[in-house]
Design a binder for this molecule. Structure first.
Ligand code: NAD
Length: 361
């Protein structure tokens, strides 16, 4: 019997619907090829949800997401909604979605695609062969720690503070995700902290070290975050899987993304324990090119591949999509954002057609 999956599609705003259409077309071909069945349900989030219902994350959308096996999101936001109060902003919908699905692990791969190596701001010999993933804790640490606030002290100075706090179980659950991923990749995990200064980082390091006993096939190392930032720029090939807390992960995942040089190519995944995962490109809704057939759909398509690998446990199907993307780039086709001399410029739709042709030939 065919393996059946319910997938919620959230096309969102701007270029979202265009790039989502390409990803869905690709998924339909994959379903036929791998004898899978995808039941797609579309729901509203972000600006389009505000226009239709007055809220960026309607309760119906969250319910639909929770009832599915995975959620594929494109992007949200745009000029039209930029001046609304915070509670009605598209971004509030995205944060609500992450919180509502209790997604505590954010996965951001940074892979140098050989055909796009010139797009990297770093020298070829430094970035050639880079293939790493940053696993960031997403719901704890200093962004959510209590107490926090602003007050006036006895001398009349205004003081503000936040609390960086992790519980042992929070470190354990993100470390487990990272060890599992590392064991399916190259078996190397680097945990990043600031244990030379921060008590909370010492707990982080102790718990990660303890968990290493359960994964004898994974080689664990530790780096302080300042050194990790330096190493990512100086010698990024040494990394395979990186695990770190919310604040350090926010910064390091963007740093790692820049190594690849092309935002239209980067997928991401956010995972929880009991709810479906959320898979989305790293880029935004690109309102400047929306509706012009100029968007690069590959980050969206690669997000669908991540959904197959990490959300639905279908690594062969994911690999098939990734190979098709590489083949198209190898053949010299480029959207405007990754265009270089001598290549063939295509639009979003044509890029999709080329992918389908590759997958069906
Ligand atoms: P952006 O990523 O949307 O765009 C930055 C630049 O990259 C633009 O020039 C855009 O045209 C280009 N670009 C982005 N994705 C592209 C693609 N797939 N193909 C070709 N070119 C692409 O970031 P921004 O301009 O800072 O934000 C625009 C809107 O997106 C804002 O409303 C912002 O809040 C929102 N946003 C949403 C998300 C999300 O949904 N996760 C993330 C970031 C920004």
């Amino acid at each position: 019997m065919k393996q059946k999956y319910r997938i919620t599609l959230l096309p969102g705003d701007g270029i979202g619907p265009e790039i989502m259409a390409v990803a869905v077309a690709v998924m339909k071909v994959i379903a036929t090829k791998f004898d899978l069945e995808f039941e797609f349900t579309e729901a509203l989030v972000g600006g389009s949800a505000i226009d239709a219902t007055g809220e960026p994350l309607p309760a119906e959308t969250l319910k639909t997401c929770k009832e599915s096996d995975a959620v594929l999101l494109a992007a949200i936001g745009g000029y039209k909604w930029d001046n609304l109060p915070r509670q009605q902003r598209p971004e509030t919908g995205l944060l609500g979605l992450r919180a509502g699905l209790e997604l505590f692990a954010n996965l951001r791969p940074a892979t140098i695609i050989p055909q796009l190596i010139e797009a990297s701001p770093l020298k070829r010999e430094i970035v050639e062969g880079v293939d790493l993933i940053v696993v960031r804790e997403l719901t704890g640490g200093i962004y959510f720690g209590q107490p926090k606030g602003t007050f006036t002290d006895e001398q009349g100075s205004t003081r503000s503070f936040n609390t960086m706090v992790y519980s042992d179980w929070e470190v354990d659950r993100i470390a487990k995700v990272a060890f599992e991923i590392a064991s399916k990749r190259n078996g190397k995990l680097c945990s990043v902290d600031k244990a030379n200064v921060l008590d909370v980082s010492q707990l982080w390091r102790d718990r990660v070290t303890l968990m290493a006993k359960d994964y004898p096939n994974v080689e664990l190392s530790h780096l302080y975050v300042d050194n990790a930032a330096m190493q990512l720029v100086r010698s990024p090939r040494q990394f395979d899987t990186i695990v770190t807390g919310n604040l350090f992960g926010d910064i390091l995942s963007d740093l790692a993304a820049v190594l690849t040089g092309s935002i239209g190519m980067l997928p991401s995944a956010s995972l929880g324990l009991k709810n479906p995962g959320l898979f989305e490109p790293v880029h935004g809704s690109a309102p400047d090119i929306a509706g012009m057939d100029k968007a690069n759909p590959l980050a969206q398509v690669l997000s669908a591949a991540m959904m197959l690998r990490y959300g639905l446990n279908q690594p062969e199907a994911a690999g098939e999509i990734e190979r098709a993307v590489n083949h198209i780039l190898e053949s010299g086709y480029r959207t405007g954002d990754i265009m270089s001399p001598g290549m063939t410029l295509v639009g979003c739709q044509q890029m999709g057609e080329l992918l389908i042709k590759t997958l069906t030939s």
